[in-house]
Design a protein around this ligand. Structure first.
Ligand code: PBG
Length: 343
């Protein structure tokens, strides 16, 4: 008497007939063969490290919502940058947590040539010239309301914000920034920054456009990191892109490129890999993604609970960016990943 399995096998095709003797598992059989056919690789050259800076000296602060990430004073940042450079990390992106007394309605301290960002840039360029410095020109670290623009009568005013951001970009370039990365999503900012940089003799300073920045829930921990969490009234939906929209993201990117963006970024990262792929496929420009604070903290939190293997999830998430077409990734994991890749 035949078992039901035997009957099924007798009645149907055997596997070789189904696959035509093609076997996808052949090359998966051993570590050596898997390595041989691996299509994408993460290297230290893919990493940009976002860091949080504070005023003072020799001080670090934990950020409870981002375990493993600390705010640092400029002197300590310089030491960390030396370590990052030794690990081969190409660039650092700086984000300031500005003293509340220096924040106002228009974010005027962004125009101070000696503000925290500019002091950090000068120190980094003086002491660790081999690492690239990427500065953010948005107003949110400097405004008393946590928005990325100037707020008047409940509205984020576009053109006035753009003028201020373009001027701030010139101070950042003067301090030594290699790449200006506007994260504010105002219309016309890329062209205005390019003009201002060129007019002031900084034609070699590049622009990384946060071309597609979505109005996302994944920025939560970052707002704790730079201290805008309790300040922000309302949301950023009148200037960031609706998470539902792809074509709008393509139009925004096309415009930023026409205005002079040298490289484009997608933010957040992992939930938006389809956008990364579309941008790379459409524009063939250096394309980056920002694995934002919420993405980082989710991996850390799940790992801390023993629900996932944090290290493997970290590496897998970053490899996914490469597979989607990224030239590089901004990630808070950068030093840890670099150490792993080295060792
Ligand atoms: C705002 C800005 C944001 C991030 C960097 N700059 C978003 C926001 O606060 O709305 C998010 C970075 C992260 O979540 O890691 N200009």
């Amino acid at each position: 008497m035949k078992t039901s399995v035997e009957k099924l096998v007798a009645g149907g095709r055997d596997v070789d007939e189904i696959t035509g003797s093609r076997r996808q598992r052949r090359m998966r059989k051993a570590d050596w063969s898997r390595r041989l056919v691996q299509e994408n690789r993460l290297t230290v050259d893919d990493l940009i490290w976002p860091v949080f800076i504070i005023d003072g000296e020799n001080r670090r602060e934990d950020i409870p919502a981002m375990p493993g990430v600390q705010r640092m004073t400029v002197d300590l940042l310089v030491r960390e940058a030396e370590r990052a450079a030794k690990l081969g990390i190409p660039a650092i992106a700086t984000f300031p947590n500005v003293d509340l007394s220096l924040r106002d309605e228009t974010g005027s301290a962004v125009l101070d040539p000696d503000n925290l960002i500019n002091r950090a840039t000068r120190a980094l360029k003086a002491e660790v010239p081999e690492i690239g410095v990427i500065t953010d020109v948005a107003l949110d670290p400097f405004t008393s309301h946590g928005h990325d623009g100037i707020l008047r009568d409940g509205i984020i005013v576009n053109d006035e914000t753009v003028e201020q951001i373009a001027a701030a970009a010139v101070y950042q370039a003067a301090a030594g920034a290699d790449i200006i990365a506007p994260s504010d999503m105002m219309d016309g900012r890329i062209g205005a920054i390019r003009d201002a940089l060129d007019a002031n003799g900084f034609s070699d300073v590049a622009i990384m456009s946060y071309a597609t920045k979505f109005a996302s829930a994944f920025y939560g921990p970052y707002r704790e990191a730079i201290g805008t969490q309790g300040l922000l009234k309302g949301d950023k939906k009148t200037y960031y892109i609706d998470p539902a929209n792809t074509e709008e993201a393509l139009r925004e990117t096309e415009q930023d490129i026409a205005e002079g963006a040298d490289m484009v970024m997608v933010k957040p990262g992992l939930p938006y890999l389809d956008i990364v792929w579309r941008l790379k496929d459409t524009f063939q420009l250096p394309t980056f993604a920002y694995q934002v604070s919420g993405e980082y903290s989710m991996i850390r939190a799940a790992a801390a609970n023993g629900w996932i293997d944090g290290e493997r999830a970290m590496m897998e998430s970053l490899l996914a960016f490469k597979r989607a077409g990224c030239d590089g990734i901004l990630t808070y994991f950068a030093p840890e990943v670099a150490e792993r890749l080295q060792g």
